[in-house]
Design a protein around this ligand. Sequence first.
Ligand code: GLU
Length: 369
Amino acid sequence: MSTKRLVIKLGTSTLTADTPRISRRRMLEIARQVVLVREAGHEVVLVSSGAMQAGRERMGVQKDPRAPLPVKQMLAAVGQTHLMRAWEQVFELFDVYVGQILLTRADLNDDRRRYLNARDALTATLAHGIVPIVNENDAVATEEIRVGDNDNLSALVANVLDADLLLILSDIDGLFTADPRRDPHATLIDEVPLIDDDVRERATGSRTALGVGGMNTKIQAAELATHSGVTVVIANGARPNVIVDAAAGASVGTRFLAQARSVEGRKRWILSERAAGSVHIDAGAARALRQGKSLLPVGVREVVGDFERGGIVDVLDESGRTLARGIARYGAADARKIAGRQSDQIESILGYDFAPMLVHADDMVVLDR
Ligand code: GLU
């Protein structure tokens, strides 16, 4: 069985187990399942809501949508540490470390440099066997820069990470043919091959009392994620073994099928962008690229143009032909300094080290094999 990368979004109603308080018991149950899924060889990223609720709990205040923004920021700041302490405690019982990653919209889709930074942080955390726990950086994310709901945030994270599965857990069993609280004949839809107007219409604005999103934001998120190649499952967080079963591909909740393979999607995007510069490489590096390897600085002879970290570059072989195009991990000025040098010298040359390669194989389309 191959390793799958799972992003699991936990709504506030799931973390409170439908009580007015964050439920350690529920969190422990989630941690138990996450550990089992990891032991089966998969990677798991959690997107945890509940910071605002934990803050209200800590400060002894009720939910008040009209509270001034600075008060909400304060509640998020207090609640986020409270929430993470609870996560740390439950995962510690299984000897698993967690790492907090707070993001805003700008980290995920506006700015390519920040996008790479966010992706590097998440993948490095996973590579070290740590469970990344993501939330929006609510204490500083004001209206213009925030995603606003964790359904969409989790879809962006799944996209950044090329996840195989996004599991959205809340107090709803999935997508129904009609609103099940109003229509006794409503039935659960097992599988949605494609999100169309019909599906969007069924997502009537059901809202939970403590969280932010409803079915609408979940369908929006599912649309975003499936179009970037991620399968999405919306299910009830209270269902026994929901995480273990969803990871194993069992039928739980509603499954939305991925529309394209994400790597292919990214490669299409790389080809559609204009290159901001180019790098000339030697014969050894050209051979490595043709074998599907990354471009290391040691094989770079010359860097032309002015591109930023995250910019698109053409890679030219020793005869000057365009061999590949990809996303640069270092800007042009840095790339010039490390050209021809070994990867383990990057840190001493630049004073930092984003990655051992200039262009990662996953971020590159080889045009001429
Ligand atoms: N970031 C919010 C929180 O931690 C949750 C947003 C949401 O539930 O969608 O409270």
